[in-house]
Every structure is written in C-alpha cells, then in structure tokens.
Design a protein around this ligand. Sequence first.
Ligand code: HEC
Ligand code: HEC
Ligand code: HEC
Length: 412
Amino acid sequence: VKPLTGIALLAAVLALGACGHEEGQGAAPSAATANLVETGRYLAQAGDCAACHSVPGGVEYAGGRPVVTPYGSIYTTNLTPDAATGLGNWSAEDFWQALHNGRSKTLGLLYPAFPFTNFTKLSRADSDAIFAYLKSLPAARSPTPAAQMRFPYGFRPLMRVWRALYFRPGSYRPDAAKPASWNRGAYLVEGLGHCDACHSERNLLGAVKPASALQGGLMAGSGWYAPPIAGNQDPQLPRLLREGLSEHAVASGPMASVVYYSLQHLSAEDAQAIADYLGSLPAPASSRDQEARLVGTAEASLLANRGRNLYQKQCQDCHAADGSGKLPAYPALAGNPALLGPPVNAVRMIANGGFAPGTAGNPRPYGMPAFIGDLSDEDIAAVLTYVRSSWGNAAPPVSAVEVARDKPLPPW
Ligand code: HEC
Ligand code: HEC
Ligand code: HEC
C-alpha cells in the first residue's frame, strides 16, 4: 500500500464516520455546528436583525413589524424556520441570495427598507452562520402582511430600475494597507451594522446619498436626526456603543434601540474596531453659515437669560449647575455633541422625556421626565438656547418656531 493511498483511505473512513454521525438518530449536534450557531447569533445581533424582525411582545424573529417609509409600509418577514410562513424551506443559498443580492425566494425583488445594500458586503461564511442560527430557533407560524405601498411603488419589478441606479452587489474587500482592526470596523460599520442607513441623507428615491454617508441626516420615518459619526474622535466611543452612555453622550430614541438590541452585545474588540474605523474617516465640514443667524442678537441673549432661570428651576437638579450631569444617572450637557447641529432630538427629549437603554454596563437607566405640559415652545427654545451656548457649548440659538416644527411626533 502506497502511503498516499493509505492517507486517502483513512480520510475516506473519517468522512464516512462524520456522515454517519450527522445522520445518526438523536445524535447531539457536533461541536462545529454548535460553534456555527453561536457565531451566527453574535452576527445576527451585530446586524440588529431582531429589532426589525420582531414586534414588541411578540416572538423574536417572527417578523410582522412595519417599517414606515415615505413610499409606504413594508412588513418584516418571519425569519424562524417555519415551513409555511418562515425560512423552513430555504437553503443557505436562498438566504445568501436575499442578503447578498436582495432577492427573495418567495417575494422576488426586496425593498431596500431591508438594508441589503449594506448586507451585500457580508462574507458567504457569515451569511451561512446567521442562517444556521436562524434555523436553530423554534419555528413560529406567523404570516407576513403584504407591503402597503403608495402607487406605483407596490409593483416590485420597479425595483429593477432602483437597483440599476443604486445597488452594486459585492462582498467587503479588505484594504491590505490598513490594520486588521480597521478592516473589521469597516466591515461592521458598512456591512452588518448598516450605520449609514440612519446616519446619512437620502435622495428622493430613498437611496443614501454617497457623499453624505455617515455625515448625519434626518431619518425619514421618525423625524429624529442622526448626527455625523464620521471622524468621531471620542475615546469613549466604544463605551457609548456597548453601554449606551459615556461621559459625553447618551444613546437616545432610535439609537437607544440600536444599542439595546445590537451594539451592547459587541465584544470589546469589535466596539474598538468600529471606533478605529469611524475615527479615521473625514469629519463633515460644519455649516457655520447657519450658526450666524441669531448668534449675538438681542433676541438671543434675552432667550438665553430666560433659559438660565428655567434651567435652574427645572433641569439643574439632575444635569448640575455646570452642566456636568451625574454619571451614570444623568448625562452631561456640557460638551455633549447631541446639543450641536439641528435641535430636533433635544426638543423631543425635553418635550417627551426618554430612557437610556438598559445594558450590562448601565443596567438600571434613569429617565428624563417629559416637560411638554410644563414648558411652552418659547420656554423650550429659551432653555435650549441657554444649554447650547453655556459651559463651552457653542451651538446657535433655537427659536420657538423651530420648537413648534420639531415637537409634533408621529405615533410611536
Ligand atoms: C431596518 C430593518 C431591518 C433590519 C435591521 C433587517 N431587516 Fe430583514 N427585512 C426587513 C424588511 C422590511 C424586509 C421585507 C422587505 C420586502 O418586503 O421587500 C426584510 C426581509 C428580509 C429577508 C427576506 C425574507 C423573505 O421571506 O423574503 C431576509 C432573509 C432578511 N430580511 C434577513 C435579515 C437579517 C439576517 C438581518 C440581520 C443581519 C435583517 N434582515 C435585518 C427589514 C430589516
Ligand atoms: C435606526 C437608526 C440608526 C442606526 C442603524 C444607527 N444609528 Fe447611531 N444614532 C441614531 C440617532 C437617531 C442618533 C441620535 C440620538 C442620540 O444622540 O442618541 C444616533 C446617535 C449615535 C451616536 C452619538 C453621536 C453623538 O454625537 O452624540 C453614535 C456614536 C452613533 N449613533 C453611532 C452609530 C453606529 C456606530 C452605528 C452602526 C453600528 C449606528 N449609530 C447605527 C440612529 C441610528
Ligand atoms: C429627573 C432628572 C432630569 C431632569 C429634571 C432633566 N433631565 Fe434631561 N436627562 C435626564 C436623563 C436620565 C437623560 C438621559 C435620557 C435618555 O437618554 O433617554 C436626560 C437627557 C437629556 C438630554 C439628551 C442628551 C443626549 O445626549 O441625548 C437633554 C438635551 C436634556 N436631558 C436636557 C434637559 C433639560 C433642558 C432639562 C430641563 C428642562 C432636563 N434635561 C431635565 C434626566 C433629567
């Protein structure tokens, strides 16, 4: 027996053994399968799949949540392995076609409310791992309601035009000149994490404007402003991502949900990789022209004076006289980037209140009370003008007209 044949024989025997094991009745899942499922679970969390593919209080991953867009409402699908209404009859290849190409075995061309324009960057191995994880979930029968689109968007073949204009399938290609951590961060931000889905401006057909990617933008469905994150140099960024709170910022509104369902589960290395990548990108040029509007006018200083009084009465107990807050309960307002840029988020926070997300690092988050019954539009404009221009903050004043515009909320 020649040595090579011996090795081939041995390999054949081992392979048969492995086959027999996999088909064996009631055999425990192999370590490799368990590993794949565990990897898939981690990746599904990094992709925030459950936040969209579940309704509050419903079965996780069973879908049915509407994603509201300017073109209509699109319901998320059932990702559990139910044969009739979920992915029970899908193969790993079908799943890859959805993530990589935006093509569904059952629905045809998918709407980009499903961020396949980001998920196309996933590797095949990661797609297979997520699929293995989803297949390991208990099957839940839950039919997906049909999308309710305004004319003519209900006609899915129209997506062909959209795709020709805005979609280029292609897995992430590492930049060999950059360190591994940077590449991992780019893969997570541009691909799985789909950060630009919110932190960018979109054009009239709902596609992310490439030049605005990660440079901040108003979110169409909810009206929240997602600030620029390109060029973020905050050394506490990894903490903000994993705990929802840092010395300079707190995750609120839609970002609180992203931290809760997704980012708090990231490993320390992956959170650092995201920070490395974001920090390396050019920060947007700030629009100084807008800031010239009210700054230094008599109206602005009147507002700020009135705002100081209100702040002392209503806010200072929690956020402190010098705006330094009281961590971990109350975020600092001094040096808080959330107070720069358009005031919409701060207006909403003051009007409606809110909660930071509960995370391992901040398990019992404190709440901010709603002031909508106590403060008029003028009051909110005044107190915001004060906090935006105190303790080293240098953002432009806010007018009552802006407050009135930003305050009305869509039903949650
Ligand atoms: C921002 C919300 C959102 C996120 C995040 C999201 N999805 Fe979806 N997904 C959707 C919507 C909406 C659809 C339905 C699109 C349509 O009807 O064209 C969808 C469809 C799909 C489909 C097609 C299923 C079918 O039956 O045709 C798959 C597969 C899928 N998503 C997997 C995932 C995975 C895996 C993740 C996480 C890595 C994920 N989704 C994250 C919103 C989301
Ligand atoms: C569903 C929309 C959405 C997604 C997806 C999203 N964000 Fe956000 N993000 C927001 C909104 C809205 C805010 C503003 C509210 C706040 O300050 O928490 C925000 C705030 C932030 C902040 C605080 C910025 C500051 O200056 O205070 C950081 C950092 C951030 N996001 C990073 C990320 C990263 C990294 C990703 C991707 C892994 C991501 N976000 C994905 C909506 C989103
Ligand atoms: C009872 C304590 C309390 C009071 C009083 C209070 N806040 Fe807050 N505030 C909080 C907490 C807790 C948060 C974090 C909530 C969250 O992230 O959803 C917060 C968040 C904020 C934010 C958002 C910060 C960010 O990074 O996104 C702003 C702006 C703010 N408060 C301003 C004010 C103003 C102005 C007043 C007075 C009119 C006020 N707060 C009164 C507790 C308080």
